[in-house]
Each structure stands twice: as C-alpha cells, then as structure tokens.
Design a protein. Sequence first.
Length: 245
Amino acid sequence: MSLPKHGFWMSSPSFAAAEMARLAGYEFITLDIEHGAFDLADLERFIPFLKSIGFEVLAKVLGPERGPIQQALDFGADTVVIPHVLGKAHAEEVCAFAKFPPLGDRSFAGGRTSNYAGFDDAWVAQQDSKTRCYPMIEDHGAVEEIEAILALPTVDGVFIGPSDLSLRRERGAYSRKPGDFDDLAKVAAAARAAGKDWALPAWSPEEKEFATKNGASHAVLIMEHGALFQGLNIAKQTMNEITGK
C-alpha cells in the first residue's frame, strides 16, 4: 500500500508560506479558492509559481460550474476539486467541464497549457489523462451514490469534505464521531474498489492515521491559518511559562 502525499491547505496567495511548506517537505498544495482570498490575477501568478517549486496543485474551485473549473485548469492546476456535488447526476454534469470532448465538455483555451499555440488530438488526450478531477464528497447524496460517482469516466478520484458532510448528515459540527469515520471508510473502500484516488483533510492524529491505513492518495496535514495560529500560540505559551503570567 502506497503512503499518501502530504499537503498544505492555503487560503491566500502567500509566496513565503508556500516556500516554507516546500522547505518542510510538503508535496502538494490545496488552494481553497471557494473560501479563500484568491482572485483570478492571484491564481494566474500563484499556480505557475507553486508548480515551479515542485508542488502538485489541487485547486478547490469557487463552485460546481464551468467557469471556475476551466479557469483553474487553464492557469495550470493539476487537479480541480469541485465542491458541493450533490450526487451522481450532478457529478456527471459538472465533472464533464474538466475533460475535453468526446470524454467531457471542457472548452479549449490557447493559453499556458498549450504553450500559447494551437492543439492536436495528442494534446487533448494528454490533457484528459494528466489533469485530474476530484468531486468533493460533502453531501448526503454524494455519499449514498459514491460508487456511481467513482464509476464516471470524468472522475479521477474524490476529495472528502468532513465538516460539511457531518452537518448535512445531521451529526452536527464535525467532531470525529464514529459516524464520521463510517462515512470516511465507505468512501475509502469505494475508491479502492474503483482503483481511484481519494483525498482527505487530515488535521488530527486520528485522521492522519486513518488516511495512512486506508490508502488515501492525498492527506492535507495542516491549514495555512492553523499553522500560523499554532505557531503564535506556542511562542506565547512558552513566554507565559517563563514569566509565570
């Protein structure tokens, strides 16, 4: 069983934070475009920078729509992570925007990915094979139809959203309850059976262990804001211990 790649979750286009993550040995970046502070100009600059220093780039796009999906791929993202996929029929519709016809319905742009030139059939095949599409599993219907979603030819893997999934499965705020891990196990087993990737935000030791034992392809280890807050707290707590404050 292969070990998961280790990732860093970024909510802003911080070049320094990305460089530090690379120095620390992280292998991929998840860009939270949906909830983060990114505009198109940021993405146009930041994605090529991340790739130039050796990162795989997973772009969690603004929503399950054609424009955000195509823009992230045109800027050079390796993978689009599509939030708020409701089930198999919805996945079939929106994941098509990540692949060219006849496989999908992505529109061609003669920009960075085609070296600012034209294209041929070999280029189309290469793009469809190289760029990845991971619908997010964060809705009740997506869990219930996970096998059908993974069977879609436009789906290369799935990315679990545990927080939204817990809320939508009526377990309340995500707190790593047994039911949460039951859902994670269901998705992991379906992905293994389909021979496709699955990714997880693995903030806690329990999630990191689960991702490792269950064959996750990608485990996001920490968030940008969480890493900064954790560092600030450690320094402050150390000083408090010294001063007795």
